[in-house]
Design a protein around this ligand. Structure first.
Ligand SMILES: Cc1ncc(COP(=O)(O)O)c(C=O)c1O
Length: 377
């Protein structure tokens, strides 16, 4: 079976973990600031704070942006559920706006129409590693928190790396990401006061100069261990190679899957924006039953999964906020037809060919058979 994802882990990561274990300093040690410094420097960000997950980072970044009870935050419904959940943690309301059909990122026009006098922040997501239109959002003079969980290695047309514009930007290091620490995350930011607040809140609300168990604010345990940071440092050393390998795999898929009627591939880089390749997600031709396609691919030795479901149509969001089908037609259409294919740096060219051949055969055999996909427009 060709898996969906597989981290690149070698002797460097093994040595790094052993070194930490032998040092007996497993947490709150020197690897944390070292990982933060090197990560920030790579993205041209003045500061970075390591956290226990992308979700934790988004939560702390939103708090640092001042989002609180009763506020509204405009965001994309086509994302991993965490980017909206973190607003609910603070009793703020996620206000979704539809996405651009090409980039699949929050559409600035739709987002502008969703702003009210209760909007206190914007949370654009760089979905599948493609840069969101930050220059458009920055014109509105609202605090911005970027969900860059999937976008390490992406670059904006006007120069900065994703994560290097100064807004708090949050990366995720789960095992399928461009860089992994198993679980983990990083917030990059331009403002030192934001770093100080996040550093304190990730560590139970302790001020840096305060003694053990002295807290001057509410906090959490969102720390990243030295073991995880050591893995992250080893991964940083091989990041350029891993990103290049992902780009190579994407270009194989692009060639192998071109010209299949109705199949939509990830958009190519346009206008100077550069994708940081994270997943390879295609939208199946209309009329192809996605569930059947996933099963048929599995029978041919290829793992795949529907990715991503629309957040507003998840049970919790329907029940809590009263969302229904039809609110965000572009997102719903894309979400109903998307599947992620196996995608990782060590995927070989012959495996890419196997995946492509399986997909071509499956698209032909399940086209129009059985049930139609949910909400296919
Ligand atoms: C777009 C997006 N946002 C947020 C997250 C949450 O990151 P984590 O799983 O590290 O909490 C993810 C991770 O999968 C993601 O893809």
């Amino acid at each position: 079976m060709i898996p969906l994802a597989r981290p690149v882990i070698g002797e460097a990561e093994e040595r790094a973990v052993l070194d930490v274990l032998r040092s007996r300093q497993l947490s709150l040690g020197p690897r944390v600031p070292e990982f933060e410094r090197r990560f920030a420097a790579r993205l041209g960000a003045p500061h970075a704070s390591a956290v226990s997950s992308g979700t934790a980072g988004l939560h702390l970044a939103l708090r640092a942006a001042g989002v609180a009870d009763g506020d509204e935050v405009v965001t994309s419904p086509f994302s991993f559920v965490a980017s909206a959940n973190v607003m609910v943690y603070e009793r703020a309301r996620p206000v979704f706006a539809d996405i651009d059909p090409v980039t699949l990122n929050l559409d600035p026009e739709a987002a502008a129409a969703a702003i009210t006098d209760r909007t206190t922040a914007l949370l654009p997501v760089h979905i599948f590693g493609y840069p969101a239109d930050l220059p458009a959002f920055e014109a509105w003079d609202l605090p911005i928190v970027e969900d860059a969980a999937e976008a390490l290695g992406a670059r904006h047309a006007d120069g900065p790396w994703v994560g290097g514009r100064g807004h708090p930007a949050v990366f995720g290091f789960y095992a399928n990401k461009q860089l992994t620490t198993g679980e983990g995350g990083m917030v990059t930011m331009g403002d030192e006061a934001v770093k100080e607040r996040i550093d304190s809140e990730r560590n139970q609300g302790r001020a840096p100069d305060m003694g053990w168990l002295d807290h001057d604010r509410l906090g959490f345990n969102y720390r990243l261990s030295d073991v995880a940071c050591a893995i992250g440092l080893a991964q940083l050393d091989r990041l350029d190679d891993m990103l290049a390998a992902r780009r190579r795999v994407a270009s194989w898929y692009g060639e192998l899957l071109a010209g299949i009627e109705g199949l939509e591939l990830p958009c190519t880089d346009a206008g100077g924006d550069v994708r940081g390749w994270f997943v390879y997600v295609v939208q199946l031709p209309r009329g192809v039953d996605r569930d059947e396609a996933v099963v048929a691919l599995r029978e041919r030795g290829v793992q795949s999964k529907p990715y991503l479901p629309a957040i507003h149509l998840m049970s919790y969001y329907r029940e809590t906020f009263g969302h229904r089908e039809g609110e965000f037609p572009v997102c719903e259409d894309v979400a109903a037809r998307s599947i992620a294919l196996p995608f990782f740096p060590e995927l070989t060219q012959s495996q890419a060919e196997e995946v492509a051949n399986a997909l071509i055969a499956v698209a032909q055999s399940v086209r129009g058979s059985g049930r139609t996909a949910q909400a296919t427009g």
